[in-house]
Design a protein around this ligand. Structure first.
Ligand code: FAD
Length: 424
């Protein structure tokens, strides 16, 4: 059996290793399209902070790791797929055949169609190559304009602050992290970063980026408000899109990402997908969802690989989890954090302690916790995750939590130990 894995990020690497354990004699080819050993994008902020060097981002550090496992590493970008003929065309013109295929090509940062977006001082923060460019421009005192205050935008702020830059963040939404945090939580994160000297402009976009005549400040960034901000570097963190171009005109069903079932198989038998590129069924609704975080990539890769090896494995359902460290303020959101309509059994509660930067929002459907947002409750987020992921039936604890939401750890201990408390 010959397994071809497209993409050598966390999903591709974990799938290859799982396959090797599950299918000791099969052929495994691991394709990567970047000129770097398999690495973790998660480590890029630490690289920019100077805490690690590039080798610190590598997913596997021991020399010969893949050779020892007889995982054949190949450099190549898939450009088209012939699903009937079971072969793929790569950018160097060669075809590769497969018996089982895993699509683990991740996603790429979106560059909005803004005049000037391709100037050299305008960078995304996604690859090692991006990190090298940012490191060149983001020198102490440099004026940096960051476009977007979403997940990646917040994560990289710490690294930018450590580099001593003067940072302005421009966000289209009405608050920071609008697609992951409640308005109250987004407002608290904003206040936190502003107190640390970051300028935040919400409800605004970038209309154009122009080179200035003089060399001392290369860019004039015009905002949708009409304001012009002078910047030495613009970092675009305006969202990502799955790498699926090579699947065009194939029978592999795609929506935002590649649609998979709970075995991580696509609409074409023998072709699987995992990680940031995959849209798998959500834990609660069954609707398909891209959950672009590394633990999710790892879980999906394991399940996909076991099925590729002929075993039976199923994903319980994706739970969207986002844990953010924004200049030292830890926030998290889980599941359906925005809640459920009252007519459909929805109820919610918020606890706000603005001065201590502590916040909790709990969202229920019937007596099950379906979503949560928290700030500053780092030591207990495991209990929140456990309640939501386990779909624990709270019984009388629901009313108690609606009155005293901070008692969620007690609820978790009390209810998760009762087998009957698990919802179907
Ligand atoms: C700056 C930053 C910070 C992050 N921080 C966190 C964090 O704190 N926590 C967290 O959980 N997640 C974090 N993430 C997200 C996390 O990195 C991703 O969820 C994870 O990398 C997904 O793994 P993946 O293997 O699916 O995709 P990727 O890591 O993107 O790997 C995909 C691979 O496929 C290759 N590829 C693409 N197209 C093709 C093609 N056509 N043919 C062959 N190969 C191809 C790519 O070059 C790449 O090597 C962060 C991401 C960034 C950018």
């Amino acid at each position: 059996m010959k397994h071809v894995i497209l993409g050598n990020g966390p999903a591709g690497v974990i799938a290859a290793e799982t396959l090797r354990r599950a299918a000791p004699t099969d052929d495994i080819l691991l394709f990567g399209s970047e000129d770097a050993p398999p690495y973790s994008r998660m480590a890029i902020p630490y690289l920019l902070e100077g805490n690690i060097d590039e080798s610190g981002t590598w997913l596997r550090k021991s020399p010969g790791h893949f050779d020892r496992l007889r995982i054949h590493e190949v450099r190549g970008r898939a450009v088209s797929l012939d699903s009937d003929g079971r072969r793929i065309l790569f950018d160097d013109g060669h075809f590769e055949s497969w018996d089982r295929l895993l699509i683990a090509t991740g996603s790429h940062p979106v560059r909005p169609p803004i005049p000037g977006i391709d100037l050299p001082e305008v960078q995304t923060c996604w690859t090692l190559e991006d990190a090298r460019a940012i490191a060149r421009f983001a020198t102490p005192g440099a004026r940096v304009l960051q476009l977007g205050a979403g997940f990646i935008g917040c994560i990289i702020m710490e690294a930018l602050a450590a580099r001593g830059v003067e940072l302005t963040v421009v966000e289209m939404g009405d608050r920071m992290v609008p697609r992951m945090m409640t308005p109250t939580a987004g407002g608290m994160i904003r206040k936190w970063v502003e107190d640390q000297g970051v300028r935040v402009v919400t409800n605004a976009g970038v209309s154009r980026i122009d080179c200035r005549a003089s060399n001392d400040a290369p860019l004039d960034v015009t905002l949708s408000t009409g304001e012009v901000v002078v910047a030495d570097l613009v970092i675009v963190a305006a969202g990502v899109a799955p790498n699926i171009a090579f699947l065009e005109a194939t029978p592999v069903h795609v929506a935002k990402g590649v649609l998979v079932d709970d075995r991580l198989q696509t609409s074409v038998p023998g072709i699987f997908a995992a990680g940031d590129v995959a849209e798998a069924p959500d834990l609660f609704t069954g609707a398909h969802l891209v959950a672009a975080i590394q633990p999710n990539a790892a879980d999906q890769a394991r399940v996909a690989a076991l099925n590729m090896a002929g075993h039976e494995a199923r994903l319980k359902g994706v739970l969207a989890i986002n844990v953010l460290d924004t200049l030292g303020l830890i926030s998290s959101s889980f599941g359906q954090w925005w809640g459920e309509e009252r007519e459909r059994g929805g109820a919610g509660v918020e606890h706000v302690d603005a001065s201590a930067y502590r916040y909790l929002s709990l969202q229920f459907k019937d007596d099950v916790l379906i979503g949560a947002t928290s700030i500053g409750l780092t030591e207990h987020v495991g209990a929140l995750r456990g309640l939501i992921h386990g779909r624990v039936r709270l019984g009388e604890w629901k009313e108690r939590l609606l009155h005293s939401p901070l008692q969620f750890v007690d609820a978790y201990i009390a209810r998760s130990q009762q087998p009957m408390a698990l919802a179907r």
